[in-house]
Design a binder for this molecule. Structure first.
Ligand code: PHE
Length: 455
């Protein structure tokens, strides 16, 4: 077929496998840990409104664009750009993405490590009889410990590396297919317990009743960054997974299904957390400890809490794992394809670099490097802000511009209609969103932040 890289590569086996793997990348700590605390920090319902608008008008088009690049290029993000537009600087978008993958994995691995500690505590019955205040100091003591968080983090990175070495079908697809549905079930159980707590209504109000006086340029930027982060967009994860998708898969519907699933899970996490936050008088804007205090508190109020707590943290760790796998896969596919080294070697080298960066992050979060600041951020905060709020939306901007104006209309249309075999009734809508709505939307948010434009 013309215009398609001929490489024969390891592919996802089934349609459900594709969705499970992409949704596995998207659904993770971003939904269950970051979304609630971002929402709590940014005033609740109004943040949600912006978040939803960004997912629909920007996130979905960017995801379709990334799938298009990946399946057409049949390579890692850098290689795909090089294949589609050889000799042009577009591959730099891929370079930025690989850089973002390192940065995100660094702090993400730290939180992923926390899930293992909390799993361990669940087994030990470590939350038993503790009130929210005690659970809060338990969390603080743990993250400030100089050793423990690092040990868990290292373990988590090793786990991720072993799955990635196993390869796409046997590694990634196999695990996500089984575990994602179970996670949804347990969140639903948490939702039921949380909304039936006395005083739960306040939390639902906080979540669903927008108070637009809380909105400013930074809140809007955080909502955009969160949409990109949660959907794994703007840095090549979806390009990479797109390159493993079969030719007969419908890219548009896959993107929509993945985005809807991801958004529903974030909202469900919010509905599980905020009623309990208000019912127990926990501070909704307490930041990254929010779920680690709230969730154990809910379990304490539940028959079978011991058992559910174990199950929950297993699944949270798995959700994190399917996301870190996708982060590492971006880097590994790049190194192994472009430098012709084995997956194993590529994975080992990249995860060592990630570990160094990641341990610095962990140490800056309460440990030894707590007071080391750059532009007012500690290392962790700097990596999190630069990657999620700046690099991802910026990467997304270039991705939609590329697909919208530079990749060639025929090539894009062929990719999205599987060479004309799909009806793709919504194609003109998708193209309009990709070419105009998404880039203009991202640009407006940035201009608003720099103060060049004021809403
Ligand atoms: N989307 C993942 C989550 O919500 C995080 C992630 C971001 C994964 C970017 C890959 C790329 O947890």
């Amino acid at each position: 077929m013309a215009g398609v890289s001929p490489n024969k590569r390891d592919n996802f086996g089934s349609k459900f496998g594709v969705i499970a793997a992409a949704a596995g990348s998207a659904v993770g700590l971003g939904n269950i840990w970051k979304f609630p605390y971002e929402l709590g920090n940014n005033g609740g319902g109004a943040f949600l409104v912006f978040y939803l608008i960004f997912v629909a008008m920007i996130g979905i088009p960017v995801m379709i664009a990334e799938f298009t690049i990946g399946r057409n290029g049949q390579k890692n993000p850098i290689g795909s750009f090089k294949f589609i537009k050889p000799g042009k600087p577009w591959f730099l978008v891929g370079v930025m993405g690989v850089g973002a993958a390192f940065m995100i994995f660094a702090f993400y691995g730290s939180v992923a490590g926390w899930t293992l500690e909390y799993l361990f505590q669940s087994f030990k019955g470590g939350f038993e009889g503790k009130n929210p205040d005690e659970l809060n100091s338990m969390f603080t003591t743990f993250v400030e410990d100089p050793i423990r968080p690092i040990v868990w983090q290292v373990l988590f990175v090793i786990l991720t590396t072993s799955v990635v070495i196993a390869g796409v079908k046997n590694g990634i697809e196999k695990y996500t297919k089984i575990l994602m549905p179970v996670l949804v079930v347990i969140i639903l159980i948490l939702v039921v317990r949380s909304v039936t707590l006395p005083g739960a209504g306040e939390g639902l109000k906080f979540l669903f009743k927008p108070d637009f006086s809380k909105i400013n340029a930074t809140v809007i930027l955080s909502a955009l960054g969160q949409a990109f982060f949660s959907l794994s967009l703007g840095m090549g994860t979806i390009i990479t997974y797109g390159s493993y998708i079969n030719r007969n898969n419908n890219l548009g519907t896959t993107a929509i299904q993945v985005s809807i699933a991801d958004t529903l899970i974030a909202i469900l996490a919010g509905v599980a957390i905020f009623p309990a936050v208000f019912a127990f008088g926990i501070n909704p804007s307490q930041g990254e400890g929010l779920i680690f205090v709230t969730i154990p508190t809910i379990f304490e109020q539940m028959p079978g809490g011991y058992f559910f707590s174990i199950l929950f943290f297993i699944l949270l760790a798995v959700a994190a794992l399917t996301s870190t796998i996708s982060l590492l896969e971006v880097i590994v596919s790049y190194f192994s394809e472009e430098y012709k080294i084995s997956r194993k070697k590529a994975a080992l080298i990249s995860s060592s670099i990630i570990l160094v960066l990641g341990i610095l992050c962990t140490m800056s979060n309460g440990g030894v490097l707590k007071d080391f600041k750059i532009f007012g951020y500690n290392i962790w905060g700097l990596l999190e802000f630069t990657s999620a709020d700046i690099l991802l939306p910026l990467g997304g901007f270039f991705i939609v511009i590329f697909v919208g104006f530079f990749m060639g209309k025929k090539r894009v249309t062929d990719e999205l209609t599987n060479n004309g075999t799909l009806k793709a009734k919504l194609l003109p809508v998708a193209l309009f969103l990709i070419r105009f709505v998404a880039p203009v939307g991202i640009a407006l948010v940035f201009l608003n932040v720099i103060g060049l434009l004021k809403f």
